[in-house]
Design a binder for this molecule. Sequence first.
Ligand code: GDP
Length: 313
Amino acid sequence: MAGELLALAGGVGGAKLVWGLSQVLPPEQLVVVVNTADDEEFHGLQVSPDLDTVMYTLAGLANPETGWGITGDTTTVLSALERLGAPAWFKLGDRDLATHIRRTELLRKGGTLSAVTAELCRALGVKQRIVPMTDNRVRTSLLTDQGVMAFQEYFVKHRCQPRVRDIMYEGADWASPSPAFEQALQEARAVVYCPSNPFLSLDPILEVLGVRRRLQQFSGPRIAVSPIVGGEAVKGPAAKLFKELGQEPSALAVARRMVGLCSVFVLDTVDQSLAQEVDALGMRAVVADTMMNTPEDKVRLAKQVCGLASPDA
Ligand code: GDP
């Protein structure tokens, strides 16, 4: 198969499918565009949680138990910082901190987030292109029953407990796609929407100036994998957010949000009964086992997705 596959991803769910794709495709055929609206500064350092989850996953360093950070990492520095009075609710391991120190230093020297991410990937031996959605500053904030919160405050400090009334992506209107994202939008043969949080990971990417329209007009196959399985999120607050924003969580509700953006919608076998309604939205519903618990699961789903992305599918 010639040409690149453009995968859009957030953190954990996205990284699982991206890992599968990395086992199936030659590295030069995979471009992963990652949400950066969760980025935040901690202890003076620039942290990009979703970029790092994808990068660590492809580098074979990811911690499968937490879903973030580096496996086997220690927290000596964080404990010392806490003793000095610094807030320590955002858990940063010692080796993970090295990534943020290096990122921050390279950014301060004038590098773009794209260039810095490419440098970090090169150093960690990641051959696939992992690309921030934009080199501009976009930040998710949430209007909750406890006031407006920055994303990490809501997600980590308050463990997604506050009720969400609205979600804002500050800066998205002015942000342009990163150069490699721009190029992939023009040249990729297919787009894959990974099973990532629709509100907190995929929407920020879609809200970057012009991206939604470009994806609506994209002429190749566009495949989405549902992050909602049996009416529940596999992990994280996606289902809770659907309810709080006034919709019943289901694969169908995810598909409704993808009208005009995807041509094929992959829903889990447990949601088979929704396939007809998904078809009626003007996309092809494909039923598959989308639960990625083992490496074999990830590779199997990635192979199916690549099959759907091929021109004769
Ligand atoms: P986060 O930034 O860590 O929350 O990660 P993501 O934005 O990538 O999304 C988490 C989403 O991925 C959740 O809505 C999960 O339901 C979904 N997810 C996680 N693992 C799986 C899986 O194995 N299969 C499917 N279909 N969805 C998954």
